[in-house]
Design a protein around this ligand. Structure first.
Ligand code: ADP
Ligand code: NI
Length: 220
């Protein structure tokens, strides 16, 4: 597209990284700037391998958690903040709307959001979800639980394998339960073949971690 070629993407992406740093830099809930940085790197790689527009994916990835409702007064307030920022950028209306569509619909939401419409959306959602499974995901989950004041584990509280998005949003679960309630489901929810194959391996690693966790818990 002509509009896309006219965009100085290098500048826009640099500004997006800076904006994300200002907004998320000192986050301690596992959604900090380095989470976003990893999602951008993965989104670029998936875009390359899946044939998506790398620059648009990278822009959406930089902005995806700035609007997170957990880190803002409301979902609307978070999205408005990103919308205002995009309006200041020299990018086309079409690209701006595409980025807003991606970041407003990519959240897990207990698996109840409709599938992402565009390839760029699929890729950015996969990149975010890949950061939620594997070794780093284990660290993030315990950090998040600590941030919220949840315990590591409580054998008296059963994981709730199926939850409505409402229950998911309002519920409190020990960190280990979150693996069963969300993280172990993610590998089957990947949009692209590339992400699926990365997910398989990370998934196995989490299963091994959980097996050892329960062995040590029981004092065997
Ligand atoms: P999304 O980015 O798809 O909206 P979240 O922001 O809810 O997903 O989750 C991102 C990561 O934060 C999860 O993969 C997990 O590591 C951590 N997390 C989110 N909710 C919880 C929870 N209730 N308990 C423990 N960790 C959580
Ligand atoms: Ni994220």
């Amino acid at each position: 597209e002509a509009s896309r070629d006219a965009t100085d993407w290098e500048n826009v992406l640099q500004a997006a990284a800076q904006f994300a740093k200002e907004e998320l830099g000192d986050d301690r809930s596992g959604h900090d700037w380095w989470h976003t940085h990893r999602v951008v790197t993965m989104a670029r790689k998936l875009s390359r391998l899946e044939g998506a527009d790398q620059r648009l994916s990278a822009a959406a990835a930089w902005l995806h958690d700035v609007a997170d409702e957990k880190l803002n007064p409301s979902k609307e307030a978070g999205l408005q903040k990103v919308k205002n920022w995009l309006e200041e950028q020299p990018i086309s209306e079409v690209d701006s709307r595409h980025i807003m569509e991606i970041i407003s619909t990519m959240s897990y939401n207990a698996g109840s959001n409709p599938p992402m419409r565009t390839l760029e959306g699929k890729v950015v959602q996969d990149a975010d979800r890949l950061d939620a499974i594997g070794a780093i995901a284990i660290a993030r989950t315990f950090v998040y639980a600590g941030w919220k004041g949840d315990p590591i584990y409580d054998p008296d509280i059963e994981p709730r394998i199926s939850m409505t998005s409402e229950e998911y949003r309002n519920g409190k679960s020990p960190a280990v339960n979150h693996f069963y309630e969300k993280l172990l489901k993610l590998k089957d929810l990947m949009n692209t073949a590339t992400a699926r194959s990365i997910a398989e391996e990370r998934h196995r690693y989490m299963e091994e971690f959980l097996a050892r966790f329960h062995i040590e818990w029981s004092g065997e």
